[in-house]
Design a protein around this ligand. Structure first.
Ligand code: IPE
Ligand code: IPE
Ligand code: MG
Length: 249
């Protein structure tokens, strides 16, 4: 019994030593290649990818992560065949309907980032409903990036700055990093500490450009539908070995 207790304490100490990032970003990539490898249509990859997303969000909430931002659809993804875009939009629709109808949302606060106004009206309504339903949740804040582009986000922030200047709320001489940060989608949230990109690609693809100035990156060849909590744990363990200097020494 004593031995068992000691082991338990040891486990807890190890957990205490390991630093959980405050904010993780994930570029959920590789759905198409996952499907192709199996001789399936790309849309099958998106379906399985959607299940992976739900699992990983739940897991992040369970381990006590505060913020998770997932890249689900970029401002450039509209270039894809209409059929594929429609299938992805249907998966969002289904996810939103499920989250709204389920009474137990695991205390996850759902937020959407990106230009939501370009989405179908019914999707916009569902998004509003899901955000309102979970507004008081105190667990994980889950930012879902749809029709999101880091450049588009900065452009939107620049427009807001101009509007505030023309209203007399702000003077041009007051424009600062803080004033821009207040006008981006993740205003009030810490910048991501860690961005994870599966699928073997080593690029940012227009994700969180403003916020990722000092973010640590973790890449893996695993395709998103195969991504599991084990991969997330590997990324967090690796993050714990990084020395972050933020320009200092
Ligand atoms: C990510 O998987 C999902 C979206 C971009 C919507 P992809 O569809 O990009 O999958 P690959 O990169 O073609 O394998
Ligand atoms: C980035 O993946 C966007 C999302 C995962 C939503 P892409 O598959 O669109 O990126 P590229 O084209 O390989 O850079
Ligand atoms: Mg891709």
């Amino acid at each position: 019994m004593l031995f068992f207790d000691r082991k338990k304490i040891k486990g807890k100490e190890a957990e205490r030593e390991r630093k959980l990032p405050q904010h993780i970003g994930i570029i959920m990539d590789g759905n198409g290649r996952w499907a192709k490898k199996r001789g399936l249509p790309r849309t099958a990859g998106h379906s399985v990818g959607a299940s992976t997303f739900k699992n990983i969000a739940k897991y992040c909430n369970k381990i006590g992560l505060k913020y998770l931002t997932v890249y689900a659809f970029s401002t450039e993804n509209w270039k894809r065949p209409q059929e594929e875009v429609d299938a992805i939009m249907d998966l969002f629709r289904q996810y939103l309907k499920d989250s709204i109808s389920s009474l137990d949302n695991d205390n996850i606060k759902i937020r959407f980032i990106g230009d939501i106004s370009a989405l179908a009206d019914d999707l916009q309504k569902l998004i509003k409903e899901a955000e309102e339903d979970t507004a008081d949740a105190t667990g994980l804040t889950l930012n879902i990036a749809i029709n999101y582009g880091g450049r588009q986000e900065i452009v939107a922030a620049a427009k807001k700055l101009c509007e505030d200047i023309s209203k007399g709320i702000l003077d041009p001489s007051d424009i600062s990093e803080e004033e821009i940060s207040k006008r981006i989608y993740t205003a009030g949230q810490p910048d991501p500490d860690l961005i994870i990109r599966p699928s073997g690609e080593k690029r940012i693809s227009n994700f969180m450009l403003w916020q990722s100035a000092y973010t640590e990156f973790w890449y893996s060849d695993v395709l998103w539908p195969d991504f599991s909590p084990r991969h997330l744990e590997m990324a967090i363990d690796d993050y714990n070995k990084r020395i972050r200097r933020f320009g200092g020494i």
